[in-house]
Design a protein around this ligand. Structure first.
Ligand code: RRO
Length: 310
C-alpha cells in the first residue's frame, strides 16, 4: 500500500506523525531516530511565557497506558523562535512540522500564531485546545466550551495562512459537533483526541500518585475512545481528521484509518520505542497490501458502521 498523501497543500510521505508533547522540538529524538522517515511531528505545546511545568512525579504507569501531568513545560515563544525553529529549518527536510500552541486566553493563542507565523522552520499550527492539565483560569479547556472554541479558532485563522489544526478533547459531549464548529471557524482539520482526564490514587495514603493531582490518560486504554472520536469527527466534517490515542501496531493504525483518519499520531508508544513511528509506517504499508489496498487514501473512512449502531 502506498502511503504518500497531499493534505492542507502539504506533501506527507506517510501518514505517521508524532503527537505533541512526545518528541519535544525534535532535537533529542534526532539523535536516536531519523525524523525524516516520519510523515511529520507536532512540537511540544508552546506558550507565550516559558513554563517550568508541574511538580514530580509527572507520569504514572498503568497496565494499559499512562497518566501524565507535565504541566506544559516549554521554553516559551521567544526562545522557540530564536532557538528551536532555526534548528528545525536546518535539520528537517521531508517530515512536516506543526507547532502546537497553548494558552489560557484567546489573545495568547493569537499572539503565538502571529509571532510564530513570521518565522520559518515549520509547516503549520496545531491549536492545543484540550490540555487536561492546564485549564483556562479555573474554567474548561477551549474544546469543551463551544463559544470560546469558535472565537479562538477564528482569531488564529485571521493571523495565518498556514494549515491550522484544532486538537480536541475526548470528553466532549458530542465531539462531532465540536469538530464541525472548529472547521466552520476556519480550522483546516481536527486532531482527535488529547488525553482523557484521569486520577490515580495511592490506596494506602489516599493521595494522588502524580505531583499535580490529576492528569491525562493515554495509551492503549484510550484507543477505542480515539477511534470512536475519529469516526464521529469524520462523519460530522467529511475530513480531514488526524487520529490519536493508543496507536501502537499497524492494526491499530488501520482501525483509525478506517474510522476516517487521514493522518495518525503516535505518542505513548514512542516513549517505549523511539523508532515506533518508523516501524508503524512500514507495518501499515505491509498490512495495507495484505488487505489488498493500493493506496492509503483508499482505506480512509471505510469503516462498516451504521449510524444507528453507534
Ligand atoms: O503538558 C501537559 O501536561 C499535557 C498537555 Br499540554 C496536553 O495537551 N495533554 C497532556 O496529556 N499533557
Amino acid at each position: 500500500m502506498k502511503l504518500d498523501q497531499t493534505l492542507f497543500g502539504l506533501a506527507f510521505q506517510n501518514p505517521v506523525l508524532l503527537a505533541a508533547g512526545t518528541c519535544g522540538f525534535g532535537r533529542e529524538l534526532a539523535e536516536v531516530t531519523d525524523l525524516d522517515a516520519l510523515g511529520g511531528f507536532m512540537t511540544k505545546s508552546v506558550t507565550v511565557e516559558p513554563r517550568q511545568g508541574n511538580p514530580a512525579p509527572r507520569v504514572a504507569d498503568l497496565p494499559a497506558g499512562m497518566v501524565n501531568s507535565i504541566g506544559l513545560a516549554n521554553p516559551g515563544l521567544d526562545r522557540v523562535i530564536q532557538h528551536e525553529l532555526p534548528w528545525l529549518e536546518q535539520n528537517v527536510r521531508r517530515a512536516r512540522v506543526f507547532v502546537s500552541v497553548a494558552g489560557h486566553r484567546e489573545s495568547e493563542y493569537e499572539a503565538l500564531v502571529a509571532g510564530l507565523d513570521r518565522a520559518g522552520g515549520f509547516d503549520g499550527f496545531e491549536l492545543n485546545l484540550s490540555c487536561p492539565n492546564d485549564t483556562r483560569l479555573g474554567g474548561l479547556p477551549f474544546a469543551l466550551d463551544p463559544e470560546a472554541l469558535v472565537r479562538v479558532v477564528e482569531a488564529c485563522r485571521a493571523r495565518t495562512e498556514r494549515p491550522l489544526l484544532a486538537k480536541l478533547a475526548p470528553n466532549a459531549p458530542d465531539i462531532g459537533a465540536v469538530a464541525r464548529m472548529a472547521r466552520d471557524a476556519g480550522a483546516d482539520g481536527v486532531t482527535v483526541v488529547n488525553t482523557l482526564p484521569a486520577l490515580v490514587l495511592d490506596p494506602t495514603t489516599g493521595k494522588p500518585e502524580l505531583g499535580a493531582g490529576s492528569g491525562g490518560l493515554s495509551g492503549p486504554a484510550l484507543r477505542p475512545v480515539g477511534v470512536y472520536s475519529t469516526w464521529r469527527a469524520r462523519r460530522a466534517t467529511g475530513g480531514p481528521v488526524i487520529g490519536a490515542g493508543g496507536i501502537l501496531s499497524a492494526a491499530d493504525g488501520v482501525q483509525y484509518l478506517r474510522a476516517g483518519a487521514s493522518l495518525l499520531q503516535i505518542g505513548t508508544a514512542s516513549f517505549a520505542d523511539p523508532r515506533a513511528g518508523e516501524r508503524l509506517a512500514h507495518g501499515l504499508a505491509r498490512l495495507g497490501s495484505r488487505l489488498g489496498v493500493a493506496h492509503v487514501e483508499d482505506m480512509v473512512a471505510t469503516a462498516q458502521v451504521d449510524w444507528g449502531q453507534a
